[in-house]
Design a protein around this ligand. Structure first.
Ligand code: NDP
Length: 607
């Protein structure tokens, strides 16, 4: 049965079948056979793309061979939350190891003009209640978030003992001593009883392997290492040094949406090379209302996060507390459900209702393009033809109007699946050469590649087994936190556990759970814990069993980081959407709370 005939009680002003076919055609024309290998690793001659401009050169220190209870790898929100929750649980001897020159992670590196959180700050900024801090606006800009990272580190004394500008190169389990030996690029060989890896899902910038990329003689940089020396200005724009420059931005994901308006306002010429348009919804930022802030009662942030987490997977809530573009589609759904006056629905009818709400939402997004962009050709190219959550939806009030500027031109590269070629002074698309002085790569971060490649180090666990080998056919964990053969070692992030578009809420809950396990091992006088092989196998099977619907959804999506560039489900493949616990973060937390309450650390082998 097709979509149209299944909705005979709904009067639609569009043809859902035609739309579905259009989505399919637009997807198919973008899938590239090479998948993730269409990108080059930022190594060798591309290594300078990840240089740290924010620190003074020449930092040195003596190698460390001491021992701590807990090493946390990564000083972004994952590492900060782990440090904070571990301290609260009574674990004191902690060391954070961080590649950058300070805490902040994503917000240390991403200082591009316009950078802003896209989840509302009251949900996104962690530990605001604990620190008595209220974000200044509904959506905070990067400097405020970076400052908040430093505030957390100070509050929980995480600067003590931290190692910055340090990259872990290997973790090796010393079985006799039941300690991890942590090697780094500063010749450290520290020892740790426990290790938590919080290296983040988007830590390694990626570059497209466009033919000729190494031949370009002009200036280049990646958005996560914005070069203000070259552009002038700061996070708020005013990129005055671009006034006489012809600039190309490659990519139109969430980062480009925020930075393009500033480059468009300052550059002599801006060419935006687009392969797939983003869905660009209303932002509507506003300052925090002090009366509202004063009215908040203890526990408000957790309640708000849970409300948002339920809302964005379509679970019923009494009130939509966040009430923004993320939750809009679910408000539409809730209205549609009410219109059915409580009549029971089959699974198929429910799925169809969701699909129709999605089509309507995206029709609104496309209408917004028509209403804003004056050049009909550019407007047509800026319309996204996929379901809203196939890619990270974006929210910005200045991006679309930028294409009405006479100095800004959109170059649609969808037919050639991206920019065709780069020469010493130009980019080639659709057979036309565009001469530029500078190329800005807004091309995102590695997602679907091997976990150990993105982390930058391998683990050598029990019996000399490496994590890269053990996971070569896919990630295997127990509850997403730990892996058989790698005792006392934990992972934070979106792996086989409850996920949410609001990653900091996920990290906070994970940090509390991992702190609990570590404390139990310490208090019970144990040497280690690790998942049993059986518990791990069962958990992976459960994740796979529950993810059938998400799998089907993502497989039909336009290629991108959520679905491993359109090659979702191939052996060993990743993707941001891969392997989450499908019932969602709140359900996962309830499961973990029950597990902790039982108190027997079920599924863990205790040494
Ligand atoms: P993305 O991976 O989302 O975007 C990369 C862009 O580069 C895409 O538009 C991609 O096109 C394009 N691209 C890649 N290769 C080529 C090529 N050969 N030719 C032309 N275009 C190409 O990266 P972002 O940095 O924008 O965002 C990464 C993630 O960071 C987001 O998903 C989000 O999770 C997070 N983020 C969050 C923000 C926040 O506010 N909290 C802000 C910014 C980012 P295609 O789509 O066709 O692959």
């Amino acid at each position: 049965m097709d979509d149209a005939s299944a909705t005979d009680d709904t009067v639609l002003d569009f043809d859902p079948d035609a739309l579905r076919e259009k989505y399919q055609r637009e997807r198919d024309k973008r899938v590239r056979a090479e998948g993730n290998s269409q990108y080059v690793e930022v190594e060798g001659r591309f290594r300078h793309f990840v240089d740290d401009h924010y620190v003074a050169p020449g930092f040195t220190r003596e190698p460390l061979t001491d021992e701590v209870d807990l090493v946390i790898i990564g000083g972004g929100f994952g590492g900060l939350l782990m440090g904070a929750r571990a301290r609260e649980a009574g674990i004191q001897n902690i060391r954070v190891i961080e590649a950058g020159g300070d805490f902040g992670g994503t917000w240390y590196w991403n200082r591009y003009p316009g950078a802003q959180c896209d989840i509302e700050s009251y949900c996104y900024l962690p530990l605001v209640e604990e620190l008595g801090y209220v974000p200044k606006e509904k959506y905070s800009y990067a400097p405020e978030i970076y400052e908040h990272s430093r505030r957390i580190a100070n509050h929980y004394n995480l600067y003590d003992n931290a190692c910055f500008q340090t990259n872990v190169t290997e973790l090796r389990w010393d079985e006799a001593a039941a300690r991890w030996i942590v090697s780094t690029d500063r010749n450290d060989a520290m020892r740790a009883r426990f290790v938590v890896m919080a290296t983040g899902p988007l830590n390694r910038p990626k570059l497209p392997a466009i033919p000729g990329i190494e031949e370009f003689e002009g200036h280049t940089f990646h958005t996560s290492r914005w070069d203000y020396d070259y552009t002038g200005g700061n996070h708020a724009g005013g990129l005055t040094k671009l006034a006489d420059k012809r600039v190309a931005i490659i990519g139109t994901g969430a980062t480009a949406i925020q930075s393009v308006p500033h480059v468009g306002a300052s550059a002599k010429h801006l060419y935006v090379f687009q392969r797939t348009p983003s869905s660009v919804d209303l932002r509507g930022n506003k300052p925090t209302d002090p009366d509202w802030a004063a009215s908040l009662t203890p526990g408000w942030q957790r309640a708000r996060r849970e409300n948002f987490n339920n809302m964005v997977i379509g679970l019923p809530v009494e009130q939509d507390l966040v009430n923004d573009g993320w939750t809009d589609i679910f408000r539409m759904l809730s209205r549609a459900a009410k219109a059915r006056r409580g009549q029971a629905m089959t699974k198929r009818e429910a799925a169809l209702m969701i699909k129709i709400a999605d089509f309507q939402k995206m029709n609104g997004i496309r209408k917004r393009v028509d209403e804003t962009v004056t050049d009909p050709e550019a407007a047509e190219a800026l319309k996204p033809w996929y379901r809203q959550f196939c890619k990270r939806p974006t929210f910005n009030d200045d991006y679309l109007p930028t294409f009405n500027r006479p100095n800004v031109k959109l170059i649609d590269t969808s037919e050639s699946k991206g920019v065709e070629r780069i020469t010493s002074n130009a980019l080639v698309a659709n057979g036309v050469e565009y001469e530029v002085d500078c190329i800005i790569f807004a091309t995102g971060f590695e997602v679907g590649t091997a976990w150990t490649r993105r982390a930058g180090y391998d683990l050598i666990g029990v019996g000399g087994k490496t994590l890269s080998d053990y996971w070569s056919d896919g990630m295997k964990t127990y509850h997403g936190f730990s892996t058989h053969g790698f005792p006392n070692c934990f992972i934070l992030g979106q792996s086989q556990n409850g996920g949410s578009v609001n990653l900091t809420s996920v990290l906070d809950d994970q940090a509390q759970h991992v702190s609990y396990i570590i404390k139990q091992v310490m208090d019970r006088g144990l040497r280690y814990s690790q998942p049993t092989k059986e518990a791990e196998t069962e958990w992976v099977a459960e994740i796979n069993r529950l993810s059938v619907v998400a799998f089907r959804f993502l497989s039909s999506c336009t290629p991108g980081s959520y679905n491993n560039e359109g090659h979702f489900g191939e052996p060993g493949s990743g993707g941001l959407g891969a392997g989450a616990y499908a019932p969602g973060i709140n359900a996962f937390n309830a499961l973990m709370a029950k597990w902790r309450e039982a108190g027997d650390l079920e599924g863990l082998e205790l040494g």
